[in-house]
Design a protein around this ligand. Structure first.
Ligand code: HEM
Length: 219
């Protein structure tokens, strides 16, 4: 690991392969190529609802923590926009029609294990989701609108009306660089980000298996 660069830069370098694995899943390939339909996209919003429910509950718990608290921003909160998108995509009874998949349940269990009590563990999961939403999520928003005929309704999860993504990401990276963690804690944090990526990849892979047409098994 390089010690002459800040934590934010180390993080990007060390998780490049994890990100590539999360990005290059069959589900995202199909979603970004416009090969799904709004129901195929709703399946992702549905699983994300359960992830953000746990993550944002953890954020409430961490709000006043001296280490994790500075990362908590109300402008990021996605649960209200996910609820609005799901109501648009699935109808007013959306809440009765959704449930977490197996991998989403594992993801939530990990959030419960680490994000409610361990500040760096919380930041690891917070970073992985929200900086992704502010980065690739902005590409996703344009594709969803163009390829699936969705407007603000249905894609509000990817809209952050109260912040400017680029400036916010800079601010967030500065917070990471200033976090007073020693080398051991930094390594634990980096491992947890990798784990968060793997949990996301597993969740999206499971979505792919349920939403994409399966190739017949070779005899
Ligand atoms: C669940 C899957 C994904 C997760 C967890 C994720 C997470 C992240 C995170 C945490 C970052 C911020 C890196 C940093 O600046 O420190 C990021 C950046 C980015 N992501 Fe993703 N991502 C995912 C999928 C995707 C997909 C499908 C795309 C394709 C549209 C994508 C495109 C990007 C781009 C273009 C950046 C910006 C890279 C840069 O600033 O140089 N991501 N992602």
């Amino acid at each position: 690991m390089r010690y002459d660069v800040g934590l934010a830069m180390k993080l990007r370098e060390l998780t490049r392969a994890d990100h590539a694995a999360a990005q290059s899943t069959g589900y995202f390939d199909a979603l970004l190529a416009g090969r799904l339909d709004p129901a195929g996209y709703a399946a992702l919003a549905e699983q994300l609802y359960f992830v953000y429910e746990a993550l944002e509950e953890a954020a409430e718990r961490m709000r006043d923590d001296p280490l994790a608290g500075p990362f908590v921003s109300d402008e990021l909160h996605r649960l209200p926009s996910l609820a609005a998108d799901l109501a648009h995509l699935l109808g007013p009874d959306w809440k009765d029609r959704i449930s977490p998949n197996g991998t989403t349940t594992e993801y939530r269990e990990r959030l419960r294990e680490v994000a409610f009590t361990w500040p760096a563990g919380f930041v690891a999961h917070h970073y992985t989701r929200y900086l992704g939403d502010l980065s690739g999520g902005q590409i996703m928003r344009r594709v969803l609108r163009r390829a699936y005929g969705l407007g603000e309704a249905g894609t509000s999860f990817y809209a952050f009306p109260d912040l400017e993504p680029r400036a916010f990401k800079q601010h967030y990276r500065q917070l990471l660089d200033e976090a007073p963690w020693d080398a051991v804690e930094q390594n634990r944090f980096l491992d947890e980000v990798s784990r968060a990526y793997r949990l996301n990849t597993a969740m999206v892979d499971e979505l792919g298996r349920s939403v994409l047409p399966q190739r017949p098994e070779a005899a």
